[in-house]
Design a protein around this ligand. Structure first.
Ligand code: MG
Length: 372
């Protein structure tokens, strides 16, 4: 695995892990891989442990050279003598997969050298460099785009290794085998195994890596009775009546708790905080909400936004909305701008309209955590 000079693009991250870490991990978790050699630019050797992270396999880190082939040579020389087949992988290809690695290893073990490649999709033209015009169309079946990891048997590396020290520049390792007249088997590559070369590649890879958001809805209703405080998101709203309930009857927190649990597929408020359990008698809604955030976090999700409608005939909630948003935002660990709370009336219709009850509808959006 090779990297360029300075702070190379391989240290850029997708979903919280660098291209380097992801490319190392693809090889590290393959059952046939027994050891790893990472080639880093000499200036990065001091931070190698942090840059690479923990690995299952034994890991050696060596300094790269001026050209790709010099770095690869340094890496290959650091491989222990017992290795039968050596895989050479690019740190900018984080999406190689186990099946692809299986194919190149199997082919190299039997033939000596193998590369994964994908066929050309477009019609391929050879350009006449003198005129700048099309010289000829190349039969597409003959055109294959080389990927990595490329695999070489130990005896083949012994032959091609010295070639890499020469003046001729090889843009991939299999070119060295070609020069030596050693056949290189082409195995099926993978369209997803792209090399991250441009900022556009990185943007596209990040978009592809972003899991779809999870959405949940929640609903709650409590009767309004005299002698109970009206609590919404832990904010006391002065009023002559308040919600009847085993807990504090905070419909905002209860509906949002259900929305969070629903989005994570983690059950509902009754499952986690049953009203038959004395532990939850008088429990503040904000406390249940915070516990629900911990439950969805344990399931691998982070709240990203919430939208709640409170349906209540009286009193007007507007003066309290901002305080409620701040408390909900703090409980969810999001910015206040990601929390929306609206007060609605029921236009005098039904029990809520007659002021006999308070209700709430909530929608919560979760995202899967970074490097999941
Ligand atoms: Mg409730």
């Amino acid at each position: 695995m090779r990297m360029g000079a300075g702070r190379p693009k391989q240290l850029l991250a997708i979903g919280g892990r660098s291209l380097l870490q992801r490319s190392v991990a693809v090889c590290d978790r393959h059952p046939a891989v027994g050891e790893l050699v990472v080639v880093l630019h000499a200036t990065l050797l001091g931070e190698a442990e942090t840059l690479i992270g923990r690995t299952r396999c034994a890991l050696r880190v060596v300094a790269g050279g001026a050209r790709r082939q010099d770095s690869v040579r340094a890496g290959v020389l650091a491989v222990t003598a017992s290795a039968d087949v050596v895989l050479i992988h690019d740190a900018a290809r984080p999406f190689a997969n186990e099946a692809l690695i299986d194919r190149v290893i199997a082919a190299a073990a039997s033939t000596g050298a193998a590369i994964p490649a994908v066929g050309a999709r477009d019609t391929v033209k050879r350009r006449d460099l003198a005129t700048g015009c099309v010289g000829e169309s190349v039969p597409r079946a003959e055109i294959w785009m080389a990927q990595t990891p490329q695999a070489f048997r130990r005896d083949v590396l012994a032959v091609i290794g010295p070639l890499s020290a020469g003046q001729r520049e090889a843009t991939d390792e299999s070119m060295l085998a070609e020069w030596a007249g050693i056949p290189v088997m082409i195995v099926e590559g993978d369209e997803r195994n792209v090399k991250i070369t441009t900022p556009d590649d990185l943007t596209a890879a990040r978009r592809r890596d972003t899991p779809a958001p999870r959405v949940g809805t929640g609903y709650d209703l409590h009767r309004l009775v005299e002698g109970r405080p009206l609590m919404l998101a832990g904010v006391h709203v002065p009023f002559e009546r308040g919600p009847l309930g085993h807990s504090d009857g905070d419909v905002l927190c209860h509906s949002l708790t259900d929305a969070l649990l629903g989005a994570a597929g983690a059950g509902d408020i009754g499952k986690h905080f049953p009203n038959t359990d004395p532990a939850w008698k008088g429990a503040p809604g904000l406390d249940l909400l915070q516990r629900a955030v911990a439950i969805v976090a344990a399931a691998g999700y982070t709240p990203s936004s919430a939208d709640i409608s409170i349906i209540l005939e009286q009193p007007k909630l507007l003066p309290f909305i901002q305080a409620m948003r701040e408390r909900v935002a703090a409980a969810l660990g999001v910015d206040v701008s990601a929390v929306s709370i609206k007060g609605k009336t029921n236009e005098g219709v039904d029990a809520v309209g007659r002021g006999e009850a308070i209700a709430a509808h909530a929608v919560a959006v979760l995202t899967a955590r970074g490097d999941a």
